[in-house]
Design a protein around this ligand. Sequence first.
Ligand code: RM4
Ligand code: MN
Ligand code: MN
Length: 424
Amino acid sequence: MQLEKSIIEETNHQQQAAHQRKFNFVAEDIKGLDTILKKLGDFNIAIPSWALGTGGTRFGRFSGGGEPRSLEEKIEDVGLIHALNRSSNSISLHIPWDIPKNADAIKAHAAQFGLHFDAVNSNTFQDQATQELSYKYGSLHHVDKAVRKQAIAHNIEVIKYGVELDSKALSVWLSDGSNFPGQLNMRGAFERTLESLQEIYEALPADWKVWVEYKPYEPNFYSTTIGDWGQSYLLSSKLGIKAQTLVDLGHHLGSTNIEQIVTLLLMEGKLAGFHFNDSKYGDDDLTVGSINPYQLFLIFNELVEGMDARGMNHATAIGWMIDASHNVKDPIEDLIQSVEAIKIAYAQALLVDVTALKQAQQDNDVVKAQEILQHAYRTDVRPLLAEARLRAGGALDPLALYRAQAVRNQLIKERGAKAVSTGL
Ligand code: RM4
Ligand code: MN
Ligand code: MN
């Protein structure tokens, strides 16, 4: 289904006076307001094709109904989100969960909604019915060369799909690791992973990147072969300029200072981008900003400062993606919330008085420095986001409009209550 433009306009019209009041209140104190609104308007976050259906735990999955039954329907769902928030203009595909059988038709379908294709993701963490050899003991690090070859071939095939869709990056996440001490020679595993990645790297087109994700644990694991940012950085450094490190916010041990990792990767030109989500205990894949929005702000504070220092375009220089799982919420609602949370943190980071902060740092004025950051963090920037959306033709309040239009009920009518989508 598609949302009529006129419905968005009418609803905005009804909310206009209330919005204007809130907007004027916050806008009055903001320096460079138009530049900030322009940056917010340009800033888009890719939606993962694997998170448009209901996710599950290891024990169960409770579908909410109306899930997209095909790649085309997934694209339509992202189209809905983008029509509402004008901030989600691309989709990231996971292969083989979403194989684009006819690339031209899929591209044309996406273009109808103003969408393009972000990074393509390979999957060697599950066995497919059609595959010859198993990934039970790993893929790119496997002790058996034949398994490694199969996993390399899969990644090269994913690049091929991506090229047809005009993607520009391959994202690699491995569940390779060991379950018990002694099972694996960790140095050997790392070396084999590097060799395999080198072969994949060779297959990258000139204007492509490979993004290497890391993660320290999985349930029932003792070690993961790309366990932390250092290991990913080592791989991407050895691979070359087209390789970078992808930071999934959920892939850190508790209380890790992620903002420090991010700023150093950025400094070295090795920050590929993000898989945004939030977590309390582990890789919980919760809605962005639902647990620790201050950390998200601190990450964006480092990003804005670091990108400006290197003259980078905020909207395009880095891969901005969501990677979350929606187990009890409507996936579309959850994604709308996540995009909003990311843009709130970005907007707050744009408000930081950088000159004053630098001076406070120079003076070792710790109190002042904290005040400057928290002043930005405590500003209610939601009216700024709403204004940027309004100017881009989106909804002043995307979530309220989605609910008022009873979109999910319409999707259930169209697709059925038992539709199950591929993905998490
Ligand atoms: C992993 C990792 C990957 C994602 C899979 C589904 O934990 O975050 O990025 O592709 O989950
Ligand atoms: Mn991820
Ligand atoms: Mn993850």
